[in-house]
Write a protein that binds this ligand. Sequence first.
Ligand SMILES: *Cc1c(COP(=O)(O)O)cnc(C)c1O
Length: 434
Amino acid sequence: MRALTLDSSELQAIKAATPLLWLNPRLGDPNAAPAVVNENELHEAEARLSRFAPLLTQLFPELVPSKGLIESPLLPALTLNAKINPVGGQLWLKADHALPVAGSIKARGGIHEVLCFAESLALEHGLLQGVDDDYQALTSPAATALFAQYTVAVGSTGNLGLSIGIIGAALGFKAIVHMSTDAKEWKKSRLRDRGVTVVEHDADYGAAVAAGRASAQADPKAYFVDDENSSKLFMGYAVAALRLQQQLQKQGIQVDAQHPLFVYLPAGVGGAPGGITYGLKQCFGEHVHCFFAEPTQAPCLLLGYASPAGQEPTSVYDFGLQIDTDADGLAVGTAAQWVCDATRDLVSGVYTATDKQLYHKLRLLYETLSIEVEPSAAIACLGPEMLATDSGKRYISQHNLESSLEQANHIAWLTGGSFVPATEHQKYREAYNL
Ligand SMILES: *Cc1c(COP(=O)(O)O)cnc(C)c1O
């Protein structure tokens, strides 16, 4: 096996699929990775989502109250804090489980990328004269007829497919979603109900993406949203950080040396948590501490960051793991290499958890706050207790955070769930008996 920055007990834990917190030795190292993204793209993504906002209110009436912004609230969680946070400070929930239109964190990134494609087609074909034009022109019969000639395709474990399928179909594109075996039945039927073509693969996420990529390449009028290689997805996700900064300001929450901010982000292939981390680091620098969360059966980002820069990340299969997890949004065997490179010096660490642990948090969220999330999202609530482990304590002391923990803020990023059918959620709750 290649040289990985893992010690023997970490190697052991990964192979045995037991939980651990791995600290990133390259955090803050300016030479950790080549510069693969630039900040302008983040502000362009934000501006693009604003340009499209009036059009989005037309396509999705649920966006009228937010004037076309796809955003979620930041919720205080006092009672839950008392139950899940042994290290002190306040707990907040970033409620992306309730993100309108797509019901998951995939809404911002996936919709942003399809809007990029629609915008470039419309400019090229003269339906928009420039970016200052009225984007509501994109619901005209001429625009719909143009888009109907094109296909947008994606490979997904479920939620990215929902996001791309919903916006693609709403604009009039043909939409094809290649689903991995992990994808839940209800996600597939929700898409079929909207006229999206679902191609089922009896294979993992990486294979579904590869099959989708290959079939889109064979069709000159197909656009493939490449979850393993997309700066447009990444930057769409990153916009969340700029919006979170405003939400924190509104709530009067400071982020500085005396008030560290800890953010816990469920991670699949890396684009969503990577993009958000990139954005948060632009906003708060060293005062924000971003930890990724993965199932013990699919720690692909952990292995990606522990792999050498500029090389393909090590796969979880090399450790004998089988991606056997109910957290379908996180069921990925190999991280996106370019996301690892783009964020190699930004991520504080990665922790892993068993399905049993995340079901426990899923149930607590329901019982204390009536919040229904999918299993992938619940893993974010394990963040504070990871800071109380030996490696967590090491991190706190390395960064001189002991004296500021009482004034710290913790954000558990709830990444998906509002579309989960009630009967499915009940099964999730029953999967863990408190
Ligand atoms: C996709 C997804 C994630 C992780 O995003 P990646 O870009 O794959 O890392 C986390 N939670 C949920 C619910 C998701 O659908």
